[in-house]
Write a protein that binds this ligand. Structure first.
Ligand code: GRF
Length: 221
């Protein structure tokens, strides 16, 4: 009988290009990250990230939100599709739908999201433009547990980048994406290892409540 602990499995939910998904694919293929990427699910059939999944021989699913009148019906369909794969963890990687308790409660404490700002600053959309307009010197991205509160769940890790004088939303977004690819897989590795847990509405690392998220600054900054 095998003594190996079963690998932790994950479903990745996307809506777009999937560069964060690609970071997960690359690190699982190289063996840096021990995670079984069971399925990639998109709410858009033409999401470029689906092609990345196919190339990596990961199962793909598409559930179009337009086919559902109510958010809860869409979420119930997501749950029933994902249940087939019984993922241990859900990785929201640019999934542009707000999730209701129908979804959140099913996977409570096992859902990670990445948001392109240093939360609690700039929840919601257009974060890069808003950070530039506010004259911020630093911007970045946050991995957090997803809860029913939009971009509001307990923070796990943040990656910071400087805002440069001639930055546009696009140039800043590119720099932020690079740190996202570092911090997201780190957070998933912590959750997969059991060192990171969600309990009583808080993130705990190594048995200690995380009052502040871990910080990552790219080398040379
Ligand atoms: C990222 O900026 C992420 O923070 C946000 O959506 C974007 C997804 O990018 N939630 P990609 O599809 O992974 O390239």
């Amino acid at each position: 009988m095998s003594r190996r602990t079963p690998r932790i499995s994950a479903a990745v939910l996307i809506s777009g290009g999937g560069t964060n998904l690609q970071a997960f694919i690359d690190e699982t293929v190289s063996g840096e990250l021990d995670l079984d990427l069971k399925v990639v699910l998109s709410n858009k059939p033409d999401a470029a990230g689906l092609e990345r999944a196919r190339k990596a021989n990961i199962k793909v699913e598409c559930v179009e939100h337009r086919d559902f009148r109510e958010r809860e019906q869409f979420d119930a369909k997501l749950v029933s599709v994902l249940n087939k794969y019984a993922p241990d963890m859900i990785i929201l990687a640019g999934f542009m739908r707000i999730l209701s308790p129908v979804f959140i409660d099913r996977f409570a404490g096992k859902i990670l999201n990445i948001h392109p700002s240093l939360l609690p600053k700039y929840p919601g959309l257009n974060t890069h433009q808003r950070a530039i307009e506010a004259g911020e010197s630093w911007h970045g991205s946050t991995v957090h547990f997803a809860t029913a509160e939009l971009d509001g769940g307990p923070r796990i890790i943040q990656g910071r980048v400087p805002v440069l004088r001639d930055d546009t939303a696009e140039s800043l977004a590119l720099r932020v994406l690079k740190v996202e690819h570092q911090i997201y897989t780190q957070a998933a590795a912590l959750l997969a290892s059991g060192r990171l847990v969600y309990r009583d509405g808080q993130a705990w690392l190594d048995g200690v409540p995380m009052d502040e998220p871990l910080q990552y600054t790219p080398p040379g900054k």
